[in-house]
Design a binder for this molecule. Structure first.
Ligand code: ZN
Length: 260
């Protein structure tokens, strides 16, 4: 196990460990732990091919988000099932053999649960910020009725790959007036920019599992929210890739790809 550890750092209250694919498969620490494949900086650079499969990740976590090989849609992992929201807004089941260049998931353990009603998107995020406290990383699941949904996804890419910011400029966006479904996502601290998306990053899937996407915004009609506090981030790096400088992420590029 020890020989597989590439890098082990403490960033504020967040313990960051980088591992090879083999090292991650032997990783036994799953409490309060977020498992991540790849980095946001690698994705920004157009590295859309990873070496780890969704099946391998599902052995380590139950709920999360990301994308699949070749940037083929917005990945939604919910209660151990993986879906991809394609550029036309439709949802497909993701097979365990599918690889991913960027995914983040956790073995979701509910540490706080609240019900919310009639909240605009910004108020909703502020409300969650208030109740989540000082935890370095927060995973969120919310199930209920949502309205004014503004979602997006991207087209599957073929090599030679263009940088993410160019692809997101061609992203497709769509709206739903009102629908039931599930939100899943994370809030990461600013200090982790370059490795992860700082702030909130949420994906949505409808209750009938027919529609979904990356959330640009939505308002809550009524929803049950569960939070899972995490303080460990274990990052799998494909062989030959480096973590790079932490905190050095290109904020304007990240904001552009997140639709902020
Ligand atoms: Zn996303």
């Amino acid at each position: 196990m020890a020989k597989d550890i590439i890098d082990d750092r403490l960033i504020g209250a967040l313990h960051l460990l980088t591992l090879t694919r083999e090292g991650l498969s032997l990783d036994e620490h799953t409490e309060r732990t977020v498992i991540q494949a790849g980095t946001i900086n690698a994705l920004l650079d157009g590295k859309y091919e990873g070496d780890i499969t969704i099946g391998e990740l599902l052995a380590l976590g139950s709920d999360g988000i990301g994308t699949t090989q070749g940037l083929d849609g917005e990945l939604i992992i919910l209660d151990g099932a993986a879906f991809s929201a394609r550029a036309d807004g439709s949802v497909a089941v993701v097979t365990p053999e599918t690889k991913t260049p960027f995914a983040v998931l956790t073995r979701f353990e509910t540490t706080k649960a609240i019900d919310v009603k009639e909240m605009r998107f910004d108020n909703f995020l502020n409300h969650i910020d208030c109740i989540s406290g000082n935890t370095p990383v927060v995973a969120i699941k919310a199930r209920g009725a949502f309205k004014n949904l503004h979602l997006r996804s991207v087209e599957k890419q073929l090599p030679p790959y263009r940088p993410l910011i160019e692809i997101v400029a061609d992203q497709t966006e769509w709206h739903f007036k009102e629908t039931d479904g599930d939100l899943i996502g994370f809030q990461f601290p600013d200090t982790i920019a370059g490795v992860e998306v700082p702030g909130w990053h949420l994906h949505f899937i409808s209750k009938d599992r027919l529609h979904g996407g990356h959330v640009i915004s939505l308002d809550v009609v009524s929803a049950q929210i569960e939070l899972s506090d995490c303080d460990q981030l274990h990052v799998e790096l494909p062989s030959g890739s480096k973590l790079g400088e932490i905190g050095d992420g290109d904020r304007s590029a990240i904001n552009a790809i997140e639709g902020r």
